[in-house]
Design a protein around this ligand. Structure first.
Ligand code: GAL
Length: 954
């Protein structure tokens, strides 16, 4: 016997050989199946040809090999390391050649057939791989089955004739790099391995080789038409609809339609030969009409997210519970659409989208972004030699996913330039499935697509498109528009979501967008908390650009997701407190409001003094009504009053329990009395101290020392924040990026010059100038202190001088407290908020401890501010603001936060550092998109703000 080590297939542009044509996903067919997931034997080599194929033969002794969990990536199981690049290929670009150093994993699994496995006279069997990165060669019982590429696509082999009752040897050789890697340059970790299920499936004699469920809905007639095509004679039954027809035969009956808001599925069965395939049928029709994407006759507004598959320990090997968690989290946060960036997900995810209701843009496993480095020269999508591979990818996606009602748009791929290969894919898809529009962002002329799609456009440009003023190719001008990516959720942010949503809702052509992205791809790592690019010694990497999600790696929602939930809420509740009514608008596209119950609360100074149910009619989509509020409670105490009206789930749904808050609105009834201190005490010098009411100051420097029993250190003006990823901006951007500019100008190292300490009868005044070394611009900061017997007032007056060319990161005071744990406040909460991400901040009474105030961005940066704070108590101090302020408290300094690269770098010190900010610069989305809108700039302008401090029991 001779053994081969030929590896030509690795670099061959063909998609593979020996593989069966693609077919639909047969979820839960009653044909026998055997999962081959579990513990496999594993051996890693450095090159594709280091080992011959003798390991595939029967009787090979692999007992000395490691054990590896399949599905899984070997680099996350102690063999080699993950590597992250955004768009750069981590190998020389010389298509289709790949490096000699090509980590190659040999996987081996010996299995027996279950006792009841049908015998060979009853049909055959196929071996299915749902996902292998990036190229696999497969043997069963020593016989080579073939090899394939297309990492996130299914591949099957006929194996019936090779199976034995016991001791079957399945051998799979997986190469990290192959020609296929050129087509898989998505912005994510490079993670080789058999990362999705491996299954042996019996195929009973006469069973359908494939099936295509056509289930359309005629919204005028209220009927659905069902036709199930299959390559076999069979019957289709849907008991709830009284349907029992032959395959290929259409039938029209009255039905309830499927939509993401009302995901009505009918259970059916396709019976062919000895197999029963359960069907979950959703009747819906997607069409392009009046230049809009319509489903069941109505225009749809996508409130979407881009979802990569991610688990912090298992990478892209996701279990069902994790997939379900994603869908539940999305539904609970009012997300109604998913773009499967940038490859078809595990097929079970689409079952969940059908069941729980999400619109899906299903994207093909294709990206060649690295070719941009050479002006797209030699781009595989514009080279006919690669077209069979592209068509193979398109077919594997469409055939697998065609039966999901949730899938409403096909996407050719992402960032692959333009070329004939893309056109060929689009033509093939249009021919095979004319029932869904085709999307691709990379060709702004929309030659092959049915929707004009862009990413990260600034608001103004989106508005121009909404108004039809963007020009462009004629074909494009007639198409609907969505942002396939926007709101780059890297680190603290994104800002500006509400401003986008207003545009989407104002212009019909704008059919919404998909925030980039769902989850941070941090790798759990005890060295760092979560690792990102560079943490595994990669020679090329893109750092924490891989952590840009709305949920943290452990799927905890970030403040960005909480903001997004509020921004896209499907019910608008707007106040007209003067008229004693609210205007409720149903912003759903399909559902009326009958699933919701409404509740009101009347709050004074953040405390609810009365509450009750609010009867709201079951408004149809788009309808709106004035709903009277009750009379304000007669016995309400004086103070700042608010109405808060919430829309809650009246009963539990498949995705959230009864009482889950879907939308809310809050409106002020009366204004807050402004806090002030009548200056009934004057400053008194005594030795090295000046006392003023409850406070003492250093007589020489005017520095505050204590308020009553509470020691206070370092109170002074602060303009610096640990720059966010959005402050720093993406290096390729030509727009001004404030983070680097602030640092260049020295805003992180401001010096405070003491000009005067003035003791007057009613006030202590400290005059300073705050400016960085080497610059002539600065800020004059005057602190004016007044007091009565128990309270200390501070008014800070700031006047910029010189040539300020940049906005300020923040403007306020900071100080240290020796101890603080619990924090109580009245103002915006419960979570973090910044000027352009503040919609979700609800005015109320909140409490937290200092640790919980921190938002654990994977790369530490400015975080944790609470907005609109009227008063706060912490560490034995009470602070009232005039006007309201942003509150931040942390166990480390801003400088420490700024220097940290990972969460594990943040070590609590003895002091709690408190920032009371009059204002903060906006967040924007410049880590990939536009910066904050000008109205969220914190300009260096004269400002004055006041606080009243007093000691309270800690
Ligand atoms: C887009 C790209 C995404 C991701 C994003 C930045 O250009 O399509 O895959 O890289 O930018 O996070």
């Amino acid at each position: 016997m001779s053994f081969r080590t030929d590896t030509a297939y690795v670099e061959d542009v063909s998609p593979g050989s020996g593989v069966l044509p693609p077919r639909a996903w047969y979820a839960a067919s009653d044909a026998k199946s055997l999962s081959l997931n579990g513990s496999w034997r594993f051996r890693l080599s450095d090159t594709a040809d280091a080992e011959d194929d003798s390991f595939a033969r029967e009787g090979y002794d692999a007992s000395g090999w490691a054990e590896l969990a399949v599905p899984g990536h070997w680099v996350l199981q102690g063999h080699g390391s993950p590597a992250y690049t955004n768009h750069l290929y981590p190998f020389p670009v010389d298509p289709p050649r790949v490096p000699t150093e090509n980590p190659t994993g040999d996987h081996l699994r010996v299995f027996d057939l279950p006792g009841d496995w049908p015998d060979r006279s009853d049909g055959g069997a196929v071996l299915r791989f749902d996902g292998v990165e990036s190229c696999a060669r497969v043997w069963l019982n020593g016989a080579e089955l073939g090899e394939f590429k297309g990492s996130r696509l299914p591949h099957e082999f006929t194996v019936g004739a090779l199976l034995k009752p016991a001791g079957n040897v399945l051998a799979v050789r997986v190469h990290q790099w192959s020609s296929g890697s050129y087509l898989e340059d998505q912005d994510q970790w490079w993670l080789p391995g058999i990362f999705r299920d491996v299954t042996l499936l019996h195929r009973p004699a006469g069973s359908a080789p494939d099936f295509f469920v056509h289930a359309s809905y005629d919204h005028a007639a209220g009927t659905g038409t069902l036709r199930v095509d299959s390559g076999a004679l069979g019957r289709v039954s849907v008991p709830d609809l009284g349907i029992d027809v032959a395959t290929g035969e259409p039938v029209t009956v009255p039905v309830e339609p499927w939509s993401a808001e009302t995901p009505r599925l009918y259970d059916g069965v396709l019976a062919a030969g000895g197999e029963q395939v359960p069907l979950r049928i959703g009747f819906r029709t997607v069409e392009l009409s009046d230049g809009l994407i319509k489903v069941n006759g109505r225009t749809v507004l996508f409130k979407g997210v881009n979802r990569h598959e991610w688990h912090p320990e298992r990478g892209r090997a996701l279990d069902l519970a994790t997939m379900r968690e994603d869908v539940l989290l999305m539904k609970r946060h009012n997300v109604n659409a998913v773009r499967t960036s940038h490859y078809p997900p595990h097929p079970a995810f689409l079952d969940l989208c059908d069941e729980l209701g999400l619109w899906v843009v299903d994207e093909c496993d294709l990206e060649t972004h690295g070719f941009i480095e050479q002006g797209w020269r030699d781009n595989p999508v514009d080279d006919d030699r690669w077209t069979p591979a592209l068509l193979d990818r398109a077919a594997r996606m469409v055939e697998r996913d065609k039966n999901h009602p949730a899938v409403v748009v096909w996407s050719l791929g992402n960032e692959a330039g333009t070329g004939r290969g893309l056109t060929a894919m689009a033509e093939w898809i249009h021919g095979r499935d004319p029932s869904r529009p085709v999307h691709y962002e990379g060709d702004f002329d929309c030659r092959d697509t049915d929707v004009y799609s862009r990413m990260y456009l600034p608001h103004a440009e989106v508005e121009r498109i909404g108004r039809g003023l963007d020009g462009g190719a004629r074909r494009r001008r007639e198409l609907p528009f969505f942002l396939c990516e926007y709101g780059h959720a890297m680190g603290n942010g994104p800002g500006g979501l509400a401003d986008y949503q207003r545009l989407f809702e104002a212009h019909e052509r704008l059919q919404g967008g998909f925030v980039w992205e769902w989850i941070d791809h941090g790798v759990k790592d005890e060295r760092f908390g979560y690792a990102y690019g560079g943490d595994f010694g990669e020679e090329l990497h893109d750092g924490n650009f891989v952590c840009d999600g709305l949920v943290f790696p452990d799927r905890r929602p970030s403040p960005g997701l909480v903001e997004y939930k509020k921004v896209i809420e499907p019910v608008a509740i707007e106040g007209d407190p003067v008229g004693g009514a609210v205007r409720v608008t149903n912003k759903h596209d399909f559902a009326d409001l009958s699933a919701l119950a409404f509740a009101w609360a009347y709050q004074v100074d953040g405390e609810t003094v009365a509450s009750g149910a609010l009867p709201v009619p079951p408004l149809a989509p788009g309808e709106s009504a004035e709903v009277k509020l009750p009379e304000p409670p007669a016995a309400a105490p004086a103070g700042e009053a608010h109405w808060t009206v919430r829309a809650l789930l009246a009963a539990g749904t498949a995705w959230a329990p009864a009482g889950h808050v879907v939308a809310w609105g809050q409106f002020a009834v009366s204004a807050r009395p402004r806090p002030s201190v009548p200056a009934s005490r004057g400053p008194v010098r005594g030795g090295s101290l000046i006392t003023l009411g409850p406070a003492s100051f250093d007589a020489r420097t005017g520095a505050l020392r204590a308020i009553g029993p509470v020691a206070v250190t370092g109170l002074r003006l602060d303009v610096w924040r640990a720059t966010t990823d959005n402050d720093d901006g993406a290096p390729w951007q030509s727009d001004v990026r404030h983070g680097p500019l602030w640092r260049e100008l020295g805003l992180h190292r401001m010096r405070h010059r003491l000009d005067a300490v003035e003791v007057a009868e009613d006030a202590l005044t400290v005059r300073t100038r705050v400016a960085p070394a080497a610059r002539e611009f600065g800020l004059s900061a005057v602190y004016r202190w007044t007091a009565d017997a128990t309270r200390l007032g501070l008014t800070v007056s700031v006047t910029p001088d010189g040539d300020w060319t940049v906005p300020l990161p923040r403007l306020g005071v900071r100080f240290g407290l020796a101890a603080a744990d619990r924090v109580r406040w009245y103002g915006g909460g419960p979570g973090e908020a910044y000027p352009d991400s503040v919609t979700a901040a609800e005015v109320g009474r909140w409490q937290s401890d200092v640790d919980e105030l921190q938002t654990p961005y994977v790369r530490p940066q400015e975080n944790g501010a609470r907005a609109g704070v009227r008063w706060a108590e912490l560490g034995g101090l009470r602070v009232e603001g005039d006007p309201e302020f942003f509150l931040t408290a942390r166990r480390w300094t801003t400088e420490h936060l700024d220097a940290a690269a990972h969460l594990t770098d943040l070590v609590p010190g003895d002091t709690v550092w408190v920032n009371l900010d009059h204002a903060l610069h906006g967040l924007g989305s410049q880590s990939c998109g536009p910066g904050p809108l000008p109205r969220y700039f914190l300009r260096a302008e004269p400002a004055r703000f006041s606080f009243v401090f007093s000691a309270v029991p800690a």
